[in-house]
Design a protein around this ligand. Structure first.
Ligand code: GDP
Length: 296
């Protein structure tokens, strides 16, 4: 990432630092305060921002830096490193392989964009020559199966679900079995969303997880949930082994700082983001433009 590309507040903060004749503790603090403000406004969790500040101050040790060191550069690099570090949990998520069967389970709250994202994810892979399939294990929300069916039909992706069966676990198992027999290489299981307070949601999700043994669980998060992101992501991670995050509705006003919290809470990377209601409004997550947006 090129620092000159960093947008808005952070570039202003760095510019101010560049204009200062002497780089001392006060200049660094002013710069960090400006960045902190920008991150909090973008909904990044307070603890993450505070840790970032502490880490940068540790790297930029004025007593240890001998005269002649380029302090401006050291500060810039430290800021950059810390921002990227927050978005990098240290290990990549499980990567399904074309031609080899993988089961991917989607979890998230109702309204997060989960069902839409399942189809987007399937469509994205289908365009690259995969054989995806969709299983609707959401028996709770009336219309969930119809929605998935409609999306799947539009994209010509095979789907499985039931209007009569009320047990999400049997539907999930039957769907996964069927598509394994049909040699689909990406079997996507959409689960019920509901609300945060419902213990039943987490129990049902855990049962679907146990029964289908997915290779990857993707947590879908609405970018506009703001500071609630950390607790929400953590609650899901505690019930099932979340391995990746997808942030939706990045076409809206939210800057998506909650994504940093979700990464911290799940120790999983963000892999895609949703940028609209349509099937193809879906992008591979890229740290650089995301950070630009966050700080802009
Ligand atoms: P679920 O309850 O989590 O399954 O959510 P849905 O998939 O039904 O999505 C809820 C609403 O969010 C629908 O109106 C979707 O069209 C919309 N939606 C989903 N993803 C995006 C996105 O990336 N951008 C926008 N603008 N809308 C989205």
């Amino acid at each position: 990432m090129v620092l000159a590309q960093l947008g808005g507040s952070i570039s202003r903060a760095i510019q101010q630092m560049n204009n200062a004749t002497i780089i001392d503790e006060k200049v660094l603090n002013d710069c960090l305060n400006e960045i902190t403000r920008a991150l909090l406004q973008a909904d990044v969790q307070f603890t993450l921002v505070r840790n970032m500040q502490t880490n940068i101050k540790k790297i930029v040790d004025f007593d240890a830096l001998a005269a002649g060191h380029n302090k401006r550069n050291i500060i810039k690099q430290a800021i950059l490193k810390e921002l990227c570090k927050i978005l990098d949990p240290g290990k990549p998520s499980f990567a399904p392989k074309k031609g080899k069967t993988s089961v991917v389970m989607f979890v998230g709250l109702q309204g997060s964009g989960k069902t839409t994202t399942c189809t987007k994810y399937a469509y994205f892979h289908q365009k690259k020559g995969w054989k995806p399939a969709l299983v609707c294990a959401d028996t709770f929300r009336a219309g969930a199966f119809d929605q998935l069916k409609q999306n799947a039909t539009k994209a010509k992706i095979p789907f499985y679900g039931s209007y009569t069966e009320s047990d999400p676990v049997s539907i999930a198992v039957e769907g996964v079995e069927r598509f394994k027999k049909e040699n689909c290489d990406l079997i996507i299981v959409d689960t019920s969303g509901r609300h945060m307070q419902e213990a039943a949601l987490f129990e049902e999700m855990r049962q679907v997880y146990e029964a289908t043994k997915p290779d990857l669980v993707i947590f879908v998060m609405d970018s506009s949930i703001g500071q609630a992101a950390f607790d929400q992501a953590k609650a899901f991670k505690q019930s099932v082994a979340v391995g990746a995050v997808i942030v939706t509705k990045m076409d809206g006003h939210a800057k998506g700082g909650g994504a940093l919290s979700a990464v911290a809470a799940t120790k999983s990377p963000v892999i895609f983001m949703g940028t609209g209601e349509h099937m193809d409004e879906f992008e591979v997550f890229d740290v650089e433009p995301f950070v630009n947006r966050l700080l802009g």
